[in-house]
Design a protein around this ligand. Structure first.
Ligand code: GLN
Length: 456
C-alpha cells in the first residue's frame, strides 16, 4: 500500500504540490518492518498517513510552511504523531500548508503552491491544503490537518473530503507548532466518514503533556459513523443557523452552495430528523473577533522564533549584536501574512488598546458560546454550509486579506466556542465540491459523525 501511494506521489505531486517532504526509502523500510511484525494489534497497522507540516516529527524536517524553520529536524514527536506511530501507521510525508497555518488557500506557504485536484487552476483550501490535495488527489489514503478557524473543514469542503475539528482539548496539542493556542486543534481528513472516525479515535484522548487536554476517555466514533450510515435519524433535532446563509444573511454566499445545503437538509428531514431554524446573532461578529484573538495569540507564540533556538539564522557573522541578528532573521524568515498577523496582534494587545480590541473580542467569544448553548437547549446539532463559496481560482484573493478571511465565515463560530464540527460533501456546484457543516455540543463529536454518515 505504501509503495502504491509513493508511486502516485512520484507521478503527480510535481503538479499538485501537496507535500513538502517525502522520504520514500524511510516509508518503505517502515512498512516492511510493520509487515514483518505481523498485523496483530491495531487495525491501522501498515496503513500510510500524511501529516500536515505543523506537526513535529522526530528526525523528520518540520517547517510549518515557513522559511524560518527550514532545515529544522525536531528532536521529538508530537503526541498525534506518536499515537499514529504506536498504532502502526506509516508516515508517507509532511504536507504543505499556509505559513504557520495562517491562510485559507495554502498560497501563504513559503515553499510552493498546492493545486486542487478537482481543478488545478483553483486553490485546495487552507491552511491544511496540502493534506486536502493529497487525499483528494489519491496521494494519501487520509491525512491529519489542524484547524484554528476552519483549516480542516474548509479545505475538506473545497476538495470533496470529510474533515472534522474535534472538541477543543480532546486531541492533544503537544507538538503542534502553536498558532493560536486557545483555538488550535488537530483532526482527521479522509474520503469517508468512517475513515475520519477511525483516524480520530487513533489520535484522540487525554494527554498529560498538554495542559488544556480534557481528561475524558478516548471518544467512540466509528460506532456512531456506522450507526448513522443506517440512515435513520428519527427524533434527532437539527437547527439551521439563520446567520450562516439563512434568510437575510446570504451576502457572499453562492446560490449553488446554498442549494446543495438545502438539499442536504431535506435529506436529513426525509430520514426522520426534525428540522427548525435557530438564531445565533453573535455569529455575525465571529470574523472580527477571531481576527483579533488569533493574531494576538500568534504574536506571542511566534516570539520563540528568534534566530537562536530553531532553524534559520541571518547575519550572524560576528559584526552584529543579538537584536540585529534577530531582526534580520525574522525579516527574512517570516512571510507577509505572518508579519501582518504579528503586527495586528501586538497592536491589539498593547497597553491602551487591549480593552478596546482583545478584551472586546473575548466578550464576543463568550456571546458566541452562549448562542451555541441556547441553540443546543433546543436542538441536538446545528448545521450550515462549511464555506460560502466553492474553491476559488489561484491568485484571486492573495492580495485581498479580507476577501481571504471571508472564506472562514462559517467555520469560525465553532472554533471560538471550542465545539466539534465536521464537514461532509453534499454535492457539486459548477462541477466543484460543496461541504455541509454539522456542529455539536462539546464532547458530542459522535453526533457529528452520526449525522455526517447519514448524509454520505
Ligand atoms: N484561515 C484562517 C486563518 O487564516 C484559519 C486558519 C486555521 O484554521 N489554521 O487564520
Amino acid at each position: 500500500i505504501t509503495q502504491a501511494y509513493l508511486d502516485r506521489i512520484a507521478a503527480d505531486d510535481d503538479v499538485l504540490g501537496s507535500y513538502l517532504h517525502v522520504d520514500p526509502a524511510a516509508a518503505v523500510e517502515r512498512a516492511a518492518a510493520i509487515d514483518a511484525a505481523g498485523s496483530a494489534g491495531s487495525g491501522l497497522a501498515g496503513i500510510p498517513v500524511a501529516l500536515k507540516d505543523v506537526i513535529v516529527t522526530a528526525g523528520v524536517p518540520t517547517t510549518s510552511g515557513s522559511k524560518i524553520l527550514e532545515g529544522w529536524k525536531p528532536p521529538y514527536d508530537a503526541t498525534v504523531a506518536a499515537r499514529l506511530g504506536a498504532a502502526g501507521t506509516v508516515l508517507l510525508g509532511k504536507t504543505n500548508m499556509d505559513e504557520f497555518a495562517m491562510g485559507s488557500s495554502t498560497e501563504n506557504s513559503a515553499y510552493r503552491i498546492t493545486r486542487n485536484p478537482w481543478d488545478p487552476e483553483r486553490i485546495p483550501g487552507g491552511s491544511s491544503g496540502g493534506s486536502s490535495a493529497a487525499v483528494a488527489g489519491g496521494l494519501a489514503p487520509w491525512a491529519i490537518g489542524t484547524d484554528t478557524g476552519g483549516s480542516i473543514r474548509q479545505p475538506a469542503a473545497l476538495t470533496g473530503l470529510v474533515g472534522h475539528k474535534p472538541t477543543y482539548g480532546s486531541v492533544s496539542r503537544f507538538g503542534l507548532i502553536a498558532f493560536s493556542s486557545s483555538l488550535d486543534q488537530a483532526g482527521p481528513m479522509a474520503r469517508t466518514v468512517l475513515d475520519a472516525a477511525l483516524l480520530h479515535e487513533a489520535i484522540g484522548g487525554h494527554d498529560p503533556l498538554d495542559s488544556t487536554s480534557i481528561d475524558a476517555p478516548v471518544p467512540v466514533l466509528a460506532e456512531a459513523a456506522r450507526r448513522g450510515a443506517g440512515g435513520d435519524l428519527t427524533g434527532l433535532k437539527v437547527g439551521i443557523v439563520r446567520e450562516l446563509g439563512g434568510e437575510g444573511h446570504t451576502d457572499g454566499y453562492e446560490p449553488g452552495v446554498l442549494a446543495r445545503v438545502a438539499e442536504a437538509v431535506a435529506l436529513l428531514e426525509s430520514m426522520g430528523a426534525e428540522v427548525r431554524e435557530v438564531s445565533c446573532p453573535a455569529f455575525d461578529l465571529a470574523l472580527p473577533a477571531y481576527y483579533l484573538i488569533a493574531p494576538s495569540e500568534a504574536s506571542s507564540n511566534l516570539s520563540r522564533f528568534d534566530g537562536v533556538r530553531y532553524g534559520l539564522r541571518v547575519g550572524d557573522d560576528g559584526s552584529r549584536d543579538l537584536d540585529e541578528v534577530m531582526a534580520l532573521t525574522r525579516e527574512r524568515g517570516f512571510g507577509a501574512e505572518v508579519k501582518r498577523r504579528i503586527i495586528l496582534g501586538t497592536y491589539a494587545l498593547s497597553s491602551g488598546y487591549y480593552d478596546a480590541y482583545y478584551g472586546q473580542a473575548q466578550k464576543v467569544r463568550t456571546l458566541i458560546s452562549r448562542d451555541f448553548s441556547a441553540a443546543y437547549d433546543e436542538v441536538d446539532v446545528v448545521v450550515s454550509p462549511t464555506t460560502p463559496t466553492v474553491a476559488f481560482p489561484l491568485g484571486s484573493r492573495v492580495d485581498d486579506p479580507v476577501a481571504m478571511y471571508a472564506a472562514d465565515l462559517c467555520t469560525l463560530p465553532a472554533s471560538l466556542a471550542g465545539v466539534p464540527a465536521i464537514s461532509v460533501p453534499c454535492g457539486l456546484s459548477d462541477g466543484l465540491p460543496v461541504g455541509f457543516q454539522i456542529m455539536a455540543p462539546a464532547l458530542a463529536d459522535d453526533r457529528c459523525y452520526r449525522v455526517a454518515a447519514a448524509l454520505e
